[in-house]
Design a protein around this ligand. Structure first.
Ligand SMILES: Nc1ncnc2c1ncn2[C@@H]1O[C@H](COP(=O)(O)OP(=O)(O)OP(=O)(O)O)[C@@H](O)[C@H]1O
Length: 642
């Protein structure tokens, strides 16, 4: 049923809610009586507004021309404009005649905005007749001269609009908004007592920066970041290849996928054959990397003590060790060590040392240049040094400082992997941690040479002189110095702490880079902050709106509360400008949805598609209608009716 179909009174009214649709009609032209050319002339027939508002009129006996009923007839104003009683009163009010044009469908009228509770102080109910001045009670667009001086109605409306924009920001000083004159004049208007403004609690649902007016790129996650995250997400979800004959369940891990080829030459870790798998833990649902040492029978449970020690180390440049166990699920005795999994990770060797296949550049097949930029090299040096320091400080040694055991898990982010395995495998051998720590430093030097020369053989001690000569052509003297230091003879001063002292300025530079990177990511996060909840809200509205099975249901027709949801959808998405062109304004959409999600008391005017009726309703009400409609749908779905 269309609005206005209620032929009896020309507007529909729903007693179950405080909202009322009001039919829009052309202004009624009352014939002027010959005796009263101006509307003021019949004012003695009309009740004085001061009586309605303040209970008395100080000009009653001083020439006020309006009707003053006997004292017992006067009931003081009790209802706030937004109270249900007041709303019911307004529902039965005379036909609403909009003053301004309604060519912009569903726009919030200024008259509604002007009702904003936050900034229009309610006059104290105890006000005496001395506190106000005489005014024309029958001009609904009247503003006291004090309030706006010489400003036009439009100017004042614009200021009210500005106040509306900041209505939720209680921290904003009205004087900063250029409203000082209005505020001061309002104080003069209600001098005794001053109205008290209650500080509302902050509503963080509204504290967003939804400023994009169009769907420009700047407001969304950059393509490269999104693609990388998407790729990782897909890799995590890749299903295991059929026919690999892998166990379905491995001590609480399932969906086992090998991360390296199972055919061909077996990979070696020292003397042991090894394979790395990705598997999902059934308890937490998180993917982990499982390194399996094939055909290895652990002689004693004390070998696991080393894994426990590694389990306690948490460092941003070390792949954390979760647990270790033995298994016969692969039809042999295997030792499995479980690590954190980094989707799409590469080893340092694969990323920067392994020769790449030649590729076509400008139509020519060319060898790909992989030369590591010096600032990236220093970043790797600082990160690896920091990881080694964390291990040495605990009286342990890494023992797996090798380009094939260091993972590149993000752009220029490296982590020591495969930690703890050698400790578990060689638990019986006598341990001299100091020697292992010296070895860590020497291997660290070898990694730097390998990265600079892109050749593992260059890092062998007998090739060092030639390697230094080669890398000296590309890299600074500082790089050469630290390589010499790391390859140097062991001694009490050759510690990772001293090494970090030597490269102190590079550490500071790396720290700056990290902070900048965190800032950048946080900025990205800010852009994405609201998306999740707004998408949920949009999904709800999508489920509710335009369901064909509800086409004939009374609750969805123009008299039902769910009709409001339809109109609200139009208000949010289908606005048109004064020329009838669609308004594509993302800011408007985000602002509306944020207010809807927060369920604010702010009221908006919804207008029917035929522009024959309008409805003033708060976001809070609309939120309630959407929630109830959606829960009805959900109930119907679960009970199998849909
Ligand atoms: N924790 C992990 N998270 C994600 N991927 C990993 C993890 N550990 C290893 N990998 C991946 O598993 C694959 C095999 O790892 P592995 O350490 O055996 O490297 P490799 O290049 O095969 O070295 P090697 O030649 O010594 O066997 C590599 O592609 C590596 O990126």
């Amino acid at each position: 049923m269309q609005a206005g179909a209620d032929t009896q009174n020309g507007f529909f009214w729903r007693p179950q809610s405080a909202n009322a649709a009001v039919k829009i009609v052309a202004p009624e032209h009352r014939p002027a009586t010959p005796k009263s050319p101006s509307s003021r002339k019949d004012s003695t027939q009309r009740q004085c507004r001061n009586i309605l508002i303040y209970g008395s009129c100080k000009f009653q006996d001083k020439g006020c021309i309006y009707y003053h009923p006997p004292t017992q007839d006067v009931s003081p104003p009790q209802d706030r404009p937004d109270s249900p009683a007041s709303a019911a009163f307004s529902a039965n009010a005379p036909v609403f005649i909009p003053k301004s044009t309604l060519s912009v469908r569903s726009s919030t009228p200024q008259s509604v905005q002007a009702q904003s509770e936050t900034f229009v102080p309610t006059p104290p109910l105890t006000a005496t007749s001395d506190d106000y001045t005489e005014h024309d009670p029958y001009d609904p667009y009247y503003y006291p001269p004090d309030l706006h001086g010489e400003a036009s109605t439009d100017e004042l409306a614009a200021k009210m609009q500005a106040m509306e924009t900041n209505v939720y920001d209680m921290s904003v000083d009205p004087h900063q908004m250029g409203l000082s004159a209005e505020y001061d004049s309002m104080s003069a208007f209600y001098p005794h007592p001053q109205p008290t403004y209650v500080q509302q609690p902050l509503n963080y649902h509204l504290y967003t920066r939804p400023l994009p007016s169009l769907f420009t790129r700047n407001y969304f996650i950059p393509d490269d970041v999104r693609e990388e995250l998407q790729r990782r997400s897909e890799i995590i979800r890749t299903a295991p290849m059929p026919g690999l004959n892998l166990p379905e369940d491995l001590q609480g891990y399932h969906s086992i996928v090998p991360l390296e080829p199972l055919v061909g030459e077996k990979r070696k870790f020292g003397n042991w054959s090894t394979v790395v798998y990705r598997a999902i833990n059934e308890k937490d649902g998180v993917p982990y990397a499982l390194r399996r040492m094939e055909s290895y029978r652990i002689p004693h449970v004390t070998a696991f003590a080393a894994i426990e020690a590694w389990n306690k180390i948490r460092h941003p440049n070390i792949v954390s060790v979760k647990e270790a166990f033995t298994t016969r699920a692969f039809n042999d005795n295997s030792l499995v060590v479980v690590y954190d999994y980094y989707a799409n990770a590469q080893t340092l060797y694969d990323a920067y040392v392994k020769p790449k296949a030649p590729s076509f550049v400008n139509g020519r097949l060319q060898q790909q240049s992989q030369l590591l930029p010096e600032h990236t090299l220093w970043s790797f040096i600082v990160q690896i040094a920091s990881a080694i320091k964390a291990v040495h400080e605990r009286g342990m040694a890494v023992r797996a400082v090798d380009p094939t055991k260091i993972l590149v898990t993000d752009k220029n982010r490296v982590r020591l992997g495969s930690c703890g395995i050698l400790d578990a495998l060689t638990w019986e051998a006598p341990v001299d941690v100091a020697i292992f720590q010296m070895e860590d430093l020497a291997r660290f030097g070898a990694i730097i040479v390998t990265l600079c020369c892109q050749n593992v053989a260059a890092s062998h001690t007998n090739n060092l002189a030639k390697a230094l000569d080669t890398l000296g052509r590309t890299y600074s003297n500082d790089v050469k110095k630290i390589i010499v230091w790391l390859y140097g003879k062991p001694g009490p001063h050759k510690t990772i702490e001293n090494f970090l002292d030597v490269i102190g300025s590079r550490v500071v530079a790396e720290m700056d880079e990290m902070q900048t990177s965190v800032d950048r990511l946080q900025a990205e996060l800010m852009n994405e902050l609201e998306n999740a909840r707004l998408v949920r809200l949009l999904a709800k509205m999508g489920f509710i709106n335009e369901r064909p099975e509800f086409a004939r249901e009374p609750r969805w027709s123009e008299t039902g509360d769910r009709y409001i949801i339809k109109l609200f959808r139009d208000y949010v998405f289908h606005q048109v400008d004064e020329n009838g062109n669609p308004v594509i304004n993302l800011t408007h959409v985000l602002t509306c949805l944020n207010k809807l999600d927060a369920g604010t008391d702010e009221r908006i005017m919804l207008i029917s598609r035929d522009e024959q009726s309008c409805l003033v309703v708060s976001y809070k009400d609309i939120k309630g209608f959407i929630d109830s409609a959606f829960s009805d749908l959900a109930t119907a779905a679960t009970s199998g009716r849909m």
